[in-house]
Design a protein around this ligand. Structure first.
Ligand SMILES: [Zn+2]
Length: 601
């Protein structure tokens, strides 16, 4: 079988297997011209062109090339520097590129300038090409050709050249079947097979740990995360998700909606881009489309949880590589133009968010549902037809170069789904150092308890615990229900208190609230609490069980009622033993009990 396949591959012309056949049938004249991108190439010094440009957007360079171009920018301009932020699992160095007219190349100096810090994040999914090359070109136009020099007057720019570097170097022509070039591309996950865009909260990967340390230092005011989408063909070359709702501090959400979103959208359309919202899921006639805030495991959800402005850019995989790079270039350019005029207000908003910490006793949403009211939205699709697929043996979709606009209702507004009363904070025992270390990695302040502190707390217990058969991102994530008990407890040395009244209070709550989608317990960091460690033999337990039932009439009545209700229990001696054992003094008291205590306001 293997030999036969090799023989077929040898007969095919190389190009035919290298290039995915499904290019977009809709590329406008403006897209073909890719004005700002091509003008950037024309004005660049020859020795500062990228592989992508010299190959006419057929290839993208390896990490070494990306670093070389960034180093050339840093050498050519007094306003730029590369900062080493750590190593990848395969030993490559991660760098953050800093551009600042005040030469504020460290976070503390940057803060003193009072200018907003803008963060371009590239290649978290290295197979998704466009952002990495566009970021270099835009920085070249700010620092070297000086076409957009003035954009550095009111902002400090950080660029992460490549986030998932090991994945970027894992190159193949076969990593993204939809993506129209470059010829070879990196892979979605890291060398340890982590998808970094699920790792922001649990931070298993060394890359994410390095990122968090850098992010804590710089605390950027605005972040753009550059991706490439898949899915259906459509008119839009640029789709976005922006956080301007209830998951961000209102001052920041207000700035995003008022200043950034409207100007970005109209600026992009004025350049000839076809803009759209990044929507998942099928269109169902008569039903509104919805967009909900992303959970903090994702870049944008995480940045929003830290009350920073954030944008997810998804350029379309079926548009040519150059069109995608043009879209990334213009999104970053238009954003910097907004920051140039409204950067002071952005900075004021993020500072306000850091000052106005959570208030114990009020409520916080852990996840979201769509609001009732929507807005009219034009989906810019393409006409389709179907044909009979010889290989798949069924009808297959074919896109036609004919725009089809569909008027729909889009609900972008969210309301809380799961809400909790904000506690004063949480008590965590020292033995769960994995939890304490993770909190610190996220910039959350934890205080050791000294003396004896008496506190009214809520103790969370887990019921109906089950585990999936498959891991997700290297973890086994428990499903459970919870109940809560109020207790007065005394905490002594060995416990740590995590106050929520601090700038990273919301991150602390998302990590420590058992029912938050990205909590430590939901990610499986505390799976030991769900295991029973001691057992009773029937020959030992039977006489004790009889004594328990004889001594406790209430227990006896409950047992009989349970047997009556549940035939499986009644007919199973092991299950009957477990039922009684769980109610005996021999049972493990800390099983299924959350070792994190909520201090009541
Ligand atoms: Zn992606």
């Amino acid at each position: 079988m293997k030999l036969a396949l090799l023989w077929i591959a040898a007969l095919l012309p190389a190009q035919e297997i290298l290039v995915a056949p499904n290019q977009s049938v809709w590329v406008t004249e403006a897209m073909k011209a890719a004005r700002n991108l091509n003008e950037s190439t024309q004005r660049a010094p020859k020795d500062m062109l990228t592989y992508a440009e010299t190959s006419k957007w057929q290839e993208t360079g390896p990490y070494e090339e990306t670093l070389a171009v960034y180093l050339k920018l840093a050498a050519a301009s007094p306003y730029a520097r590369m900062i080493d932020i750590g190593a990848t699992p395969q030993g490559r160095r991660m760098y953050l590129f800093v551009a600042s007219k005040d030469k504020a190349f460290d976070a503390a100096t940057a803060r003193k300038t009072g200018k907003p810090v803008v963060f371009f994040q590239n290649a978290i999914h290295p197979g998704e090409n466009g952002g990495k090359d566009a970021a270099v070109m835009l920085l070249r136009d700010i620092l070297v050709t000086k076409k957009y020099e003035s954009l550095l007057d009111n902002a400090i720019i950080l660029s992460l050249p490549v986030f998932n570097i090991d994945g970027h170097e894992n190159r193949s022509p076969y990593h993204r079947i939809n993506e129209q070039g470059p010829r070879e591309m990196g892979f979605r996950v890291t060398a340890q097979r982590y998808n970094l865009n699920r790792d922001f909260m649990k931070a298993d990967s060394p890359e994410m740990q390095n990122w968090l340390k850098a992010f804590n230092k710089w605390n950027p005011d605005l972040l753009i995360d550059n991706h490439v989408t898949d899915g259906q063909d459509q008119q839009a070359d640029t789709t976005i998700v922006i956080h301007d709702g209830i998951d961000v501090h209102p001052a920041v959400a207000g700035w995003v909606g008022r200043e950034w979103l409207l100007k970005l959208w109209s600026g992009m359309e004025a350049e000839g881009h076809v803009m759209g919202w990044y929507l998942g899921g099928p269109v169902r006639p008569g039903q509104p489309l919805t967009m909900l805030p992303m959970a903090p495991r994702f870049t944008n959800g995480y940045v929003a949880t830290r009350n920073r402005a954030s944008l997810l850019v998804e350029t379309h995989s079926l548009k040519p590589f150059a069109v995608r790079a043009w879209a990334h270039y213009d999104v970053m350019l238009e954003t910097l133009k907004v920051v140039a005029t409204a950067g002071k207000q952005l900075r004021a908003a993020t500072e306000q968010a850091d000052r106005e910490v959570l208030t114990p006793g009020q409520k916080l949403a852990l996840d979201y549902a769509p609001a009732k009211e929507g807005e009219p939205y034009t989906l810019r699709l393409l006409e389709t037809e179907t044909y009979q697929g010889a290989a798949l043996g069924g009808p297959v979709l074919r896109y036609l170069p004919k725009p089809r606009n569909l008027e729909v209702t889009l609900i972008r507004k969210a309301v809380p789904k799961t809400e909790v009363v904000i506690p004063k904070g949480y008590y965590v025992p020292r033995e769960y150092s994995n939890v304490l270390d993770l909190l610190k990695l996220h910039g959350v302040r934890v205080q050791p308890v000294s003396g004896a502190v008496e506190a009214e707390v809520e103790v969370t217990k887990f019921q109906k615990v089950s585990f999936p058969g498959q891991p997700f991102e290297g973890r086994f994530q428990p499903n459970f229900e919870t109940t809560v008990e109020r207790r007065k407890m005394t905490f002594t040395a060995g416990y740590f208190f995590v106050p929520v009244t601090q700038p990273q209070g919301k991150v602390a709550m998302h990590l420590l609230e058992a029912n938050a989608p990205d909590s430590v317990v939901k990610w499986g960091s505390l799976n030991g609490i769900f295991e029973q460690k001691e057992y009773a033999s029937d020959y030992i337990f039977e006489p004790l069980a009889e004594k328990m039932l004889a001594q406790d009439a209430k227990l006896k009545a409950e047992f009989e009622a349970a047997l009556e209700k549940d035939a499986a229990l009644k007919g199973n001696p092991r299950a009957r033993l477990l039922w009684l054992y769980q109610r005996s003094p021999f049972y493990e008291r800390d099983k299924d009990v959350y070792p994190v205590y909520r201090a009541l306001p």
